[in-house]
Design a protein around this ligand. Sequence first.
Ligand SMILES: [Zn+2]
Ligand SMILES: [Zn+2]
Length: 324
Amino acid sequence: MTAISRIEIPIPFPIKSVNCYFIEDSIPTLIDAGFCSAEGLDAVEPALKKAGYRLSDIKRILLTHGHLDHVGLAGKIAAISGAEAFIHPLDRDKCIWDIRENQEKRMAPFLRFFKEAGLPDAVIRDISHRMSDRFDRFFPGDFDVKYITGHETFFFDDFTLKVICCPGHTPGSVCFFDRKNGRLFSGDHLLQNITSNPVVDVESQDKNNGYRSLSSYLKSLEMIAAMEVKEVLPGHGAPFSNSRERVAEIIGHHRIRRQEVLDAFSDRGEMTLFMVSQKLFPKVRGWDIFLGLSETHGHLEVLKDECLISSLKVGDQRFYRLSY
Ligand SMILES: [Zn+2]
Ligand SMILES: [Zn+2]
């Protein structure tokens, strides 16, 4: 049976570590590529050595999504080994870009989103500063990728991995499913101890292309629950087996959150996204403000689609109110 090693890589965020998986095969493959730092490389190299491989042996890198803790070392490893890296096109630009490129262009859709959300200028300045810092310190830079769109099957010596599109956490999130052994590489779509954030996609907001992070995420979860999954190999934390129970828990969490969003309007007429988010997550600070906005925004979009909430843009800001 093919050996698969989970390589846990430290990251300087509250979540503390991210997984990548090394599949020993005649095409040595990584699922995700950890975090772009010296410590990241220091974690990957000895894990490969233990299995009798070197970085230069990697021939294929399959990326579950475009967040920097998962794409991280893909460019560096590809440069060393000539490996082909695969990602969904909708996530290509999330962190694979030349950091010498104009950062203002990258920041613009976020700034429009923060303005529309009604964030005070001081908070916008703080979050923008944190984002620029992330761009400078952690982004992997530009490198060549090939695209996966959901119809592909990757072949290994004794199993196959089918690409399953699971939009929601990001528009281009995918899982890789080994049907023969019931193994699912879930990226950040399904985690055991963390409720994945259906992160607002500010570029989609700008383009008004109809993408809804939360409703996509819930649909993708239901799709996974319908599959015969025996073991989940997640992007963070240890593998687990109770995928259907975990999906039910997450859907339950969002059902409660939906009611909390509606209740937030009980003593207020109109509120900005930031005001609603502050009611739900009064203690969040720094980068977590963005994650709180994301989750709240996801629910407001769903409630708008259900005609329970309406919104109106006044100047730069958008105001939400109950429609009943
Ligand atoms: Zn992620
Ligand atoms: Zn992650």
